[in-house]
Design a protein around this ligand. Structure first.
Ligand SMILES: [Ca+2]
Ligand SMILES: [Ca+2]
Ligand SMILES: [Ca+2]
Ligand SMILES: [Ca+2]
Length: 184
């Protein structure tokens, strides 16, 4: 009987997922935002790696804010996955400057696929920083689009109440070149 040959694996391993980190409440204002590190503090010369945040919009007025440091020219990509999975959250991504001014916002990711316009309730937003600084990525529940990130929206009566609640994954990455195609 022939000795059994060890077969090489027939599938390549999937690319390793970014490290999963959990949001830490309370993170409802830019002052209490969760700080996101793209570079391992023990290996500061390593290139930035994406992070994946495990969070939840717990009430219609919950807002989750994440602080990121960007250098001029850095492009931040923020990709939310909620309804594409089993979550009931219809989320919104907003990006603010260090003073809480809204810079860009996306409620629903819209793109063209095979000639058809596709609208996903999970938002996708990229943003290129013009100057070095701290920027804030906010997650809220649609239509809570005009909250003030310097005031806790859970106690701000002017904040609109989101229709849905639920869990989400938010992937944040710094890339060299802006994506020309929004398909995610
Ligand atoms: Ca939350
Ligand atoms: Ca929150
Ligand atoms: Ca997505
Ligand atoms: Ca949405």
């Amino acid at each position: 009987m022939e000795p059994e040959e060890l077969m090489p694996p027939t599938t390549t391993p999937p690319p390793s997922d970014p490290p999963l980190i959990s949001e830490i409440e309370t993170n409802n204002t830019i002052l209490s935002a969760n700080e996101i590190q793209f570079v391992d503090p023990l290996d500061p010369l390593a290139s930035p790696t994406p992070v994946k945040i495990d969070g939840a919009i717990a009430t219609g007025r919950d807002v989750d804010l994440f602080a990121v440091e960007l250098a001029a020219g850095d492009t931040l990509v923020a990709n939310l996955d909620a309804m594409i999975g089993t979550s009931t959250l219809d989320g919104v991504i907003s990006i603010f400057d260090e003073n809480g001014n809204l810079l860009v916002q996306n409620d629903n990711n819209t793109f063209i696929e095979e000639g058809m316009r596709v609208i996903e309730p999970d938002p996708f937003q990229q943003f290129t920083a013009l100057e070095d600084g701290t920027y804030y990525v906010g997650v809220s529940s649609s239509p809570n689009l005009r909250y003030n990130p310097t005031v806790d929206p859970t106690v701000d009566p002017t904040s609109r109440i989101g229709r849905t609640t639920g869990s989400y994954f938010l992937e944040l990455a710094i890339i060299d070149e802006p994506l020309t195609d929004d398909v995610v």
